[in-house]
Design a binder for this molecule. Structure first.
Ligand SMILES: *Cc1c(COP(=O)(O)O)cnc(C)c1O
Length: 392
C-alpha cells in the first residue's frame, strides 16, 4: 500500500510519507527492501509493474517518488552516485554540442566534462557564472545548456538562478542545476524555471555518511522520457539496499537542515570574531557579498562554510590534531562535523594557478557543520585554536 501523496503537504511531511511503500502482507510502516533482480510475470504481458531491477524496483521507486515530491518535479531517478546522475545527463548531448558552466563547480563534474565528455565531442566552457555577461559571451550557436551549481565549493559563491534561466530562455537553451549543497529543503531551482535538477544524495539528502548515491529530477515532461530511457540504457540506477538507506535518511531532511543551518550560523558568527581567522565565507552572514541574493533564492543558508586562517599565527597540523568533534575528511552534509583543506584535499586536482585564481590558498579550510550542539562545536574550535596558536 502506497501512501497517496498530497501536494499540499509541507516538506517535513512529504519527506516522511511520500512514496513510502507500506507492505500490506505484514502491514509494515516503512518500505521493505526488495533485493530481487527479477520479477515474475503472471502471464505473458502481465506483471505487477516491475520486471527487472535495473529498469525498476519497488524500493527505489519509493525513494524516487519521495525525491520528486521534495524537489517539486514530475519524476525522479535514484542513481548509484552523484557522478552517475551527471554522467546520465551528459548523454542528453550529441557530439558538437556545447555546455556553459561555472569555473568553480564540483571537481568531479569538472573532470567528467573536461576529460570524458570533451573527448566524446561535447565541449564545455567554464566561466564566472556570477557574471551574466560572461555567460552570455560564452554562448555559441552550438550551445545547448547551462549547468548551474550554487552555492559553489569551497568559497560559497552564489549563481543567480533566475538570471541564468532568463539567459537560457533568450537563447533557447535548457538548464540543469546541481542542488546538492542546499538540498530541496533550502533551494528549489524549479521555482526559477530550471529544467533538470540533480543531486549527490551522498550529502544532505541521505545525511548520515553511510551511502553514496545520486538523483535526477525532471521538472516537466520535456526530458522525462529521454532520462528514463538513459537511466535504463546506461544502467546508472542505484541498488535497492542503497535506495532504502537514502529513503531512511531523507525522512529527517528538514530537521537536519534546520540544525545544520542554526549551527553554521552560530559557528560562522563566532569565527568572524577570532583574530586568527582572516575571512569567513558563509552566505548567511550580512558580510557575504551575495547575502541579498542568498535571501532571495534560498529559504536558508545551509551548513557549509569556509574560512581563511592566518598561517603565520596558527600551526595548522596542531590545530587539526587538537580537534575532537571535527574529523579531517572530505565529503559533507552528514550529521557529524567535518573539516578539510581544499588546497591538498578536495581541490588538489586543480592546478596551483587555478586554485589561486579561484581564491583558494593553503590557509583555506572548508567545514561541513554537523548537527551536534553548537556550543560544543565552538568550544572544540576554541580549544584547538588555543592549542595551536603561536606554537611554532
Ligand atoms: C559530492 C558531489 C557530487 C558527486 O557526488 P558523488 O555522490 O560523490 O558521486 C556532485 N556535486 C556536488 C556539489 C557534490 O558535492
Amino acid at each position: 500500500m502506497k501512501t497517496t501523496p498530497d501536494q499540499n503537504w509541507q516538506p517535513e511531511t512529504q519527506a516522511v510519507h511520500t512514496g513510502v511503500y507500506k507492505d500490506s502482507t505484514f502491514n509494515s510502516v516503512t518500505t521493505p527492501i526488495y533485493p530481487s533482480s527479477t520479477f515474475a510475470f503472471e502471464k505473458l504481458g502481465v506483471n505487477k509493474g516491475f520486471d527487472y531491477t535495473r529498469s525498476g524496483n519497488p524500493t527505489r521507486a519509493a525513494l524516487e517518488q519521495n525525491l520528486a515530491a521534495l524537489e517539486g518535479g514530475v519524476q525522479a531517478w535514484a542513481t548509484c552516485t552523484g557522478m552517475a546522475a551527471i554522467t546520465t545527463l551528459g548523454f542528453l548531448f550529441k557530439p558538437g554540442d556545447h555546455i556553459v558552466t561555472g569555473h568553480d563547480i564540483y571537481g568531479g563534474t569538472f573532470r567528467l566534462l573536461d576529460q570524458v565528455f570533451r573527448g566524446m565531442g561535447v565541449e564545455t566552457s567554464f566561466v564566472r557564472m556570477g557574471s551574466p555577461d560572461e555567460v552570455r559571451r560564452a554562448i555559441k550557436p552550438a550551445t545547448k545548456a547551462l549547468l548551474i551549481e550554487t552555492p559553489s565549493n569551497p568559497l560559497l559563491n552564489l549563481v543567480d538562478i533566475a538570471a541564468m534561466t532568463a539567459i537560457a530562455r533568450e537563447h533557447g537553451l535548457f538548464t540543469i542545476a546541481d542542488n546538492t549543497f542546499m538540498s530541496p529543503y533550502f533551494q528549489k531551482p524549479f521555482e526559477f524555471g530550471v529544467d533538470i535538477v540533480f543531486h549527490s544524495t551522498t550529502k544532505y539528502i541521505n545525511g548520515h555518511s553511510d551511502v553514496v548515491g545520486g538523483a535526477i529530477v525532471a521538472r516537466d515532461n520535456t526530458f522525462r522520457e529521454r532520462i528514463a530511457f538513459l537511466v535504463n540504457a546506461l544502467g546508472t540506477a542505484c541498488s535497492p539496499f542503497d535506495a532504502w538507506l537514502v529513503l531512511r535518511g531523507v525522512k529527517t531532511l528538514g530537521y537536519r537542515m534546520e540544525a545544520h543551518q542554526r549551527n553554521a550560523m552560530a559557528v560562522a558568527r563566532w569565527l568572524s570574531q577570532q583574530p586568527v581567522v582572516k575571512r569567513v565565507y558563509y552566505p548567511g552572514l550580512e558580510s557575504h557579498p551575495q547575502h541579498t541574493l542568498a535571501k532571495r533564492q534560498m529559504r536558508g543558508f545551509g551548513g557549509m562554510l569556509s574560512i581563511d586562517v592566518d598561517l603565520e599565527r596558527l600551526n595548522l597540523d596542531q590545530f587539526l590534531a587538537s580537534l575532537r568533534l571535527f574529523s579531517l575528511a572530505e565529503s559533507l552534509g552528514g550529521v557529524e562535523s567535518l573539516i578539510e583543506q581544499p588546497w591538498t584535499m578536495s581541490h588538489a586536482s586543480m592546478s596551483e594557478p587555478a586554485r589561486r585564481a579561484a581564491g583558494i590558498s593553503p590557509g583555506t579550510l572548508r567545514i561541513s557543520i554537523g548537527i551536534e550542539h553548537p556550543d560544543d562545536l565552538i568550544a572544540d574550535l576554541d580549544g584547538a585554536f588555543k592549542a595551536a596558536l603561536n606554537s611554532r
